[in-house]
Write a protein of this length. Structure first.
Length: 154
C-alpha cells in the first residue's frame, strides 16, 4: 500500500510541475537572460508579456514597464551597438541575481558629457523576482559612475 502512495505522489508532482511550467533555477535564469536579449538589447517590446508579469515593479516603482523602457531608451540613445554580457547568474528561490557587463560606443550625451565616440564598458547587477514564470519585481543597479569616468576622461 505504501509503495502505491509514493507512485501516486510522484505522479501528482509531475502533473503539477507540468501545469505550473515547473520553474527551476535554470528556467528562471533563462527567463532573465531572455529579457536581457529581447528587451534591453534588441528592444523587441512586443515580447514584453513573454517575460514580465502584468504589473511588475522596477526599483520600487509601480510603473515598471515605463521605467524599464526608459532605462533601455537611455542606453540606446547614449550608446550605439549596445551589448550586454552575462558574467554570472545565481538563482535562489524566486530570486535571480545576474551580474552583467554593458558595452557600447558613447554616441549620445551621457550625464552632460558630449558624445566622444569611445567604447565604454560598465557593469550592472540585476535582482529579479520570478513569479508564475514571469518577472514580477526588478531591482537593477547600473554602475553609471564607472561609465562616467570613462567618458569624462580627456
Amino acid at each position: 500500500m505504501r509503495r502505491s502512495h509514493r507512485g501516486l505522489s510522484l505522479l501528482v508532482a509531475v502533473l503539477l510541475c507540468t501545469v505550473s511550467a515547473c520553474e527551476t533555477g535554470a528556467s528562471r535564469k533563462q527567463l532573465v537572460r531572455g529579457y536581457i536579449d529581447d528587451l534591453l538589447v534588441a528592444e523587441r517590446w512586443e515580447r514584453w508579456d513573454s517575460y514580465m508579469a502584468q504589473q511588475p515593479t522596477y526599483n520600487g516603482s509601480t510603473l515598471g514597464r515605463e521605467t524599464f523602457k526608459a532605462v533601455a531608451k537611455f542606453l540606446h540613445t547614449t550608446f550605439s551597438d549596445v551589448k550586454i554580457d552575462v558574467d554570472d547568474q545565481k538563482a535562489d528561490g524566486a530570486w535571480v541575481t545576474t551580474r552583467v557587463t554593458i558595452t557600447g560606443v558613447q554616441t549620445g550625451n551621457f550625464l552632460n558629457v558630449p558624445p566622444r565616440n569611445r567604447l565604454v564598458h560598465f557593469r550592472a547587477i540585476l535582482f529579479d523576482r520570478i513569479e508564475d514564470g514571469h518577472v514580477a519585481e526588478m531591482w537593477h543597479q547600473l554602475d553609471y559612475w564607472d561609465a562616467l569616468l570613462q567618458v569624462a576622461t580627456p
